[in-house]
Write a protein that binds this ligand. Structure first.
Ligand code: ADP
Ligand code: ZN
Ligand code: ZN
Length: 677
């Protein structure tokens, strides 16, 4: 078992419980008081043990067996010897060293191999040196576009003070938020302070990463789960040493040690992926604000669809707001047309109007996108004779047909089995695939448009950043094309030739049992609409069976503002977040009555305290009650005052600690839950 020394204390009686240390992995202290105080605060805010927070904060390789120093690259500096070389790469390498020592990684990123470096060492023209923290004289690697007035205003608001302040950057899709970030980063770098950028899922938006990398001539650390452990640890140490001037990463990058942090940017701040849904259930967006306070530096929360939490913080004066209302390319936001599906027949999910719009778009040699947030071939497999439906044996939910792989898969729990061709119940061969997923749409479109590339992008065709890049390149290099995609495509992508978007079915989200369901749906729809017409006249067709739904109306005219206002009124009336602080207790056990007994006890315990203003919902079953052979139940608690809720949480946390020891019960506490699953 590896441990981390955090303090030096006298223990009254150490003989009975403590064991000897076997070996010391690293004597170098991770000595950064601001980072440490951040980690401690994060641990206490989420009622999650400090040791386990550190587990998440430190890359695997560092927690494991390697000392920090083993993760520092070698660096090389110019010697005094006079250069007399002819190799182009050798000359390049020497030129690169003119403004200071460079690491092997920096050489590599310029296409200079280690053999070139070794040769120069042999020639005594360069020598190994300590890597030091240096700032290049010229920060920029490319010439940036001139910001427009709105962007300029935003840049000034963000950069004019040097202290903690949260700016909510509300910019419509395509308004050039990234350019604002880049300028703010430049300002921070020019003050010789590091920058941390959080993005929802890097592997989904390789272009974003690339834009940051090509702008600046500084070392960057890239932290996300798709990277190899060792590489990630090397980058982590670079950030910790202050050598990496820019750290860009997904959720967990917020936990990274940075000595000299001067700016934090959270892109797409509304995105659900910032909240970790298991173990340490933190929200990186919220921690970014805490971290900005500790480092006393500005924080930017950007989105085209700001979360209700952030909008509420603007309303109460805690965050300053800044708007980008126009697309940077000058293009207008697309118009949205509703197709009422109630009285219409559909072909594989498509109405006649939708197919016509697709045909027209490709006839004009432009691209169209079909948005369907359901992967696989069809969501249900049913027997025509006896009504049997293929369900997951572990969680009793319908299995999705994946025709290409001849599999039945359960999306929530990842269970999979071979596709069936006859009914296991009555042995009939007449079993039907009901409903459509992206695979089926792709097949039908291929039949209907044999001469047009149909490019499907979902977790099945793009489950690695390599494969995703291939699909994106296909889109980039095609003229007319139809893209079929899930929410993977809604985020951040900029498709220059995309004129038309068809949204097949988002209705379920509007009726979701989760009180955040409508918010998520509105954000998703706004983001999807935002993919169209980035550099032209765009058009969106929305198929729906509830065309008069009041929440839909503002979204149809690109008025996310009004949409969020409606939701805010509702949340305020119901005293739900952001008008209250909330927590969710989750309990699971193989037996339902064990779960309910514990939840009832917890509820009684809370009720007995008789706290004014508290709302307790439950015990209630989790949305997917039976999963992995266990029954899941929960208790949802809100209170208008965060301090009071913390007091309750602390008590419940104590109570749960003793329960966790008990046989078979698993229980956790989720502060500011996002998803009720
Ligand atoms: P957002 O992130 O707000 O959706 P992007 O940052 O992707 O928008 O910008 C959309 C497009 O506008 C990009 O192609 C970008 O290069 C371009 N752009 C951004 N700022 C400017 C500017 N000031 N002048 C011209 N083009 C710009
Ligand atoms: Zn049957
Ligand atoms: Zn399942």
């Amino acid at each position: 078992l590896n441990g981390i020394v955090t303090d030096n204390v006298e223990l009254p009686d150490t003989t009975q419980t403590l064991k000897n240390i076997q070996s010391v992995i690293d004597l170098e202290a991770l000595n950064q008081s601001m980072w440490w105080s951040f980690i401690e605060k994060a641990s206490s805010y989420y009622f999650y043990p400090l040791g386990e927070v550190l587990q998440q904060a430190l890359p695997k390789v560092i927690r494991g067996s390697l000392p920090l120093n083993a993760l520092r690259p070698k660096a090389f500096a110019r010697t005094l010897a006079e250069a007399n070389v002819r190799g182009i790469k050798q000359i390049e390498a020497l030129e690169l060293l003119e403004d200071g020592p460079k690491t092997s990684a920096q050489f590599r990123s310029r296409g200079i191999s280690s053999s070139v470096i070794n040769r120069l060492v042999e020639l005594a023209l360069i020598e190994e040196t300590d890597i030091d923290d240096y700032w290049p004289a010229n920060l920029l690697d490319e010439t940036p576009p001139e910001p427009n007035d709105e962007q300029q205003h935003a840049i000034e608001l963000i950069t004019h003070a040097d202290e903690f302040k949260v700016t909510a950057l509300n910019g419509v899709t395509g308004s050039g938020k990234t350019e604002v970030y880049l300028r703010a980063i430049e300002a921070s770098l020019s003050k010789q302070r590091q920058v941390l950028i959080l993005v929802p899922e890097i592997s989904l938006t390789p272009q974003t990463l690339q834009r940051f990398q090509s702008r600046f001539n500084v070392e960057m650390a890239v932290l996300h789960s798709a990277r190899a452990d060792k590489e990630k640890a090397i980058d982590w140490v670079a950030a910790h040493d202050g050598r990496a001037k820019i750290v860009i990463g997904t959720r967990s990058a917020i936990l990274c040690s940075m000595p000299n942090l001067g700016l934090i940017i959270v892109d797409e701040e509304h995105d659900g992926s910032y909240k970790q849904q298991d173990t340490f259930r933190y929200c990186a967006r919220d921690l970014a604000v805490l971290r900005g306070q500790i480092h006393n530096c500005p924080v930017v929360l950007g989105s085209a669809t700001l979360s209700l939490e952030t909008l509420h913080n603007i309303d109460t004066g805690r965050y300053q707001r800044c708007d980008l209302n126009h697309r940077a390319t000058g293009a207008k936001l697309p118009t949205v047309e509703v197709i009422d599906t109630r009285s219409k027949t559909k072909d594989t999910g498509f109405t006649h109007e939708a197919l016509e719009a697709l045909a027209e778009t490709v006839a004009n040699n432009r691209q169209a996108m079909v948005f369907l947030n359901r992967r696989g071939y069809s969501p249900t497999l049913m027997c025509d004779q006896c009504g049997w439906i293929a369900d997951c044996p572990l969680c009793y939910r319908h299995l999705t047909v994946h025709q290409r792989h001849r599999l039945l898969r359960c999306h929530p729990c990842d269970h999979q089995q071979n596709l069936l061709y006859s009914c296991p119940s009555c042995h009939s061969q007449q079993i039907t695939r009901i409903g459509e997923g992206t695979e089926r749409c792709e097949d039908r479109l291929t039949e209907l448009f044999p001469n047009v590339p149909i490019i499907r992008v979902d977790r099945d065709t793009a489950n690695s950043s390599n494969k995703l890049n291939q699909q994106l390149e296909k889109i980039e290099s095609s003229d007319a094309a139809i893209i079929v995609g899930t929410q993977m495509l809604a985020k951040g992508h900029h498709f220059a030739r995309l004129d038309c978007v068809v949204v097949l079915d988002l209705d379920a989200g509007l009726h979701s049992a989760d009180f955040r369901g409508a918010e998520r749906t509105g954000q998703l729809l706004t983001q999807v609409i935002g993919r169209a017409g980035r550099e032209s006249e765009g058009k969106v067709l929305l198929q729906t069976a509830v065309p008069d739904h009041p929440l839909l109306q503002p979204l149809l005219i690109n008025d996310y503002e009004r949409f969020s206002q409606l939701l805010i009124e509702e949340r305020s009336r119901l005293k739900l977040p952001p008008f209250s602080a909330s927590l969710l207790i989750r309990v699971n056990h193989p037996f339902e009555n064990e779960v309910n007994t514990l939840l009832r006890q917890l509820r009684q315990y809370v009720d007995r305290q008789n706290i004014h203003g508290i709302q307790v919902f439950g015990p209630m079953p989790a949305p997917h009650e039976f999963r992995g052979g266990r029954c899941h139940g929960q208790l949802f608690i809100t209170h208008p005052d965060r301090k009071t809720l913390r007091f309750i949480a602390a008590n419940l946390d104590q109570a749960l600690r003793s329960v966790r020891q008990k046989s078979g019960l698993r229980a956790s506490i989720d502060i500011d839950p996002r998803d009720m699953n």
